[in-house]
Design a protein around this ligand. Structure first.
Ligand code: G
Ligand code: G
Ligand code: MN
Ligand code: NA
Length: 257
């Protein structure tokens, strides 16, 4: 862990890669968005998963420059895809924002700079935040989220349902959508209460008029079940649809549609 931490410090970003996982409209199975997911291509250790270095980057504060790099590159990439593939012009980019990034005073200013420099419209940027990162400093999060939404950036709550405070903050925080944690999708076949719990979470999300993204769709049965529950305006993401893919693979998809 210490070695990885020193390595993150020393590498000048060329070893980071962004993978993109398609997000589909459940009604017609068209790609409507991409989630940017970082990977670290280490010269000796190979491809390192973000679960192994994001927590370290959080602790050391390095997540801030790394996160800025991801946001800038993901926005730049999407803009270039909009221009290169006319059929991709409405596709959005979802970027995970870590708690440390959200706590930066200039987080909005940075987003606005990136949007301006890349000429991407704010409506095409979706920020994903976890409940716990909002709860670290609810007052400042409230201010920042309101400001982001005012300029047109979309706010999504990631891993929804896994935080302790779901119900308490739902009416209080401004957001556009909820990403239902993959554990709830997985549980529909393994847990006797799984279907009931998923239905309750979806009812809750609908009651606050949130756009819904179901994560972790790993089978046809899960896909069909979710299509029944929320086809009209829900989205889906998961290995059964697409894995996170590199730039080349995404371009091959855009070329074929
Ligand atoms: O892509 P993968 O399933 O391996 O990601 C594992 C975890 O790392 C997920 O919780 C995901 O949200 C997080 N993660 C992936 N990319 C980023 C990123 O660019 N920024 C932050 N903060 N977290 C990320
Ligand atoms: O925490 P967050 O939702 O950002 O995590 C995104 C991560 O979830 C990505 O790293 C991606 O690799 C992973 N992921 C995406 N779809 C699936 C899936 O169907 N099953 C599993 N187990 N993981 C998935
Ligand atoms: Mn996410
Ligand atoms: Na998630």
């Amino acid at each position: 862990a210490v070695a990885i931490s020193q390595d993150i410090q020393n590498q000048p970003h060329q070893e980071f890669l962004i993978y993109y996982q398609p997000i589909l409209a459940l009604s017609n199975m068209q790609i409507v968005g991409l989630e940017a997911l970082i990977r670290w291509q280490h010269p000796e250790r190979g491809l390192i998963s973000p679960t192994q270095f994001i927590p370290l980057a959080e602790e050391t504060g390095l997540i801030v420059p790394i996160g800025d790099w991801i946001m800038r590159n993901a926005c730049l990439q999407l803009k270039s895809w909009h221009q290169k593939f006319p059929k991709a012009k409405d596709i959005t980019i979802s970027v995970n924002l870590s708690p440390k990034q959200l706590a930066q005073k200039d987080v909005l200013e940075k987003c606005l700079n990136i949007l301006q420099q890349t000429q991407l419209s704010p409506e095409h940027l979706k920020i994903e935040l976890t409940e716990s990162s909002i709860m670290e400093n609810p007052n400042s999060a409230l201010t920042i989220l309101n400001q982001m939404r005012q300029v047109g950036i979309k706010i999504y709550i990631d891993d929804f349902g896994t935080g302790y405070s779901s119900l308490a903050y739902l009416h209080k925080f401004p957001f556009d959508g909820l990403k239902i944690d993959r554990s709830f999708v997985n549980n529909i076949h393994t847990n006797t209460n799984g279907m009931g719990i998923l239905q309750a979470i979806i009812a809750l999300a609908k009651s606050v008029k949130a756009h819904i993204v179901a994560e972790g769709i790993e089978s046809l049965a899960q896909l069909n079940y979710l299509q029944d529950l929320l086809s009209e305006d829900g989205d889906g993401q998961g290995f059964f649809l697409f894995r996170p893919l590199d730039v080349k693979a995404i371009e091959a998809i855009f070329q074929s549609i």
